[in-house]
Design a protein around this ligand. Structure first.
Ligand SMILES: Nc1ncnc2c1ncn2[C@@H]1O[C@H](COP(=O)(O)OP(=O)(O)OP(=O)(O)O)[C@@H](O)[C@H]1O
Length: 247
């Protein structure tokens, strides 16, 4: 067993994961520093979601290690992983899973109430975040009365209202129009920075990854280092295609 570095809030070493025998992660090691926004990029099927699910304790670790601060997640039983997720982690899906029987503020307050926060305090926190996400006016509606964009804003408000230590966002704006996506991402990253929330953000898009402090790229379940070659003087580039080198 290798000791995790002190300054990483989340640390994975030599992670391997197979879905029904089909490899999704093949020896991924990654560290996430406290308060950092880390983007995980890569084409479809490269293992982004599987990596986030392993780091968040949603999937049991098959091989390798995941540490949250000094706690080994890879040796935890499912009950302990559930408690860790409830108390310390937040999760945003590409298409939000909402409780249809609860109204908007109740959905946003749910993670806090599951942790034992009183209804009144949870409601105050939920309403505050719904306002910041510009959907305060929808607080008493049911999720099926919202547009897709409003539902995604609600999912972001719900994740932030619980003030998680680490927020996992799996393509959180995949279903939104470009301008809508940009606004939601700005709110998400600004809120994370102002509250010291560590974010692990999976995305296909380089412009989304550009909002992060650092990027890890995956290809076929393996980390890829992209080395940008230094610019070549214009006179020397005629007839030569621009290139980067992946190793
Ligand atoms: N539940 C599952 N059962 C079987 N195979 C799966 C399952 N989930 C993912 N996979 C496979 O594991 C590999 C990695 O998938 P994963 O969803 O982690 O990649 P991704 O980069 O997040 O892709 P996308 O951008 O499409 O969400 C892919 O080959 C995928 O088909």
């Amino acid at each position: 067993m290798v000791a995790p570095p002190d300054n990483d809030v989340l640390w994975a070493h030599a992670l391997h994961f197979q879905h029904n025998g089909s490899p999704a992660l093949c020896g991924v090691s990654v560290g996430v520093r406290e308060g950092e926004i880390l983007a995980v990029t890569g084409p479809r099927g490269s293992g982004k979601t599987t990596l986030l699910q392993c780091l968040a304790g949603l999937l049991p670790i098959q091989r390798g290690e995941v540490w949250f601060n000094s706690t080994p997640v890879h040796t935890m039983r499912s009950f302990s992983r559930e408690r860790l997720r409830r108390d310390r982690f937040g999760w945003i899906d590409p298409v939000p899973l909402l409780v249809p029987e609860l109204n908007v503020w109740e959905n946003a307050a749910l993670p806090l109430m599951l942790r034992g926060t009183g209804r009144r305090r949870a409601r105050t926190a939920a309403l505050e975040w719904l306002e910041r996400l510009d959907i305060g006016g929808c607080a008493r509606r049911r999720p099926d009365e919202l547009t897709g964009a409003e539902r995604q804003r609600l999912a972001v408000a719900r994740a932030l209202a619980a003030c998680p230590t680490v927020l996992f966002a799996d393509e959180p704006t995949a279903t939104l129009h470009r301008s809508e996506a940009a606004q939601v991402l700005r709110t998400l990253t600004a809120a994370a920075r102002s509250h010291g929330i560590t974010v692990v953000l999976a995305t296909l898009h380089p412009d989304v990854a550009a909002l992060a402090d650092r990027t890890v790229s995956l290809l076929d379940g393996r980390p890829v280092t992209t080395v940008q070659l230094p610019p070549v003087p214009e006179a020397e580039t005629e007839g030569r295609p621009a290139c980067s080198l992946s190793v």
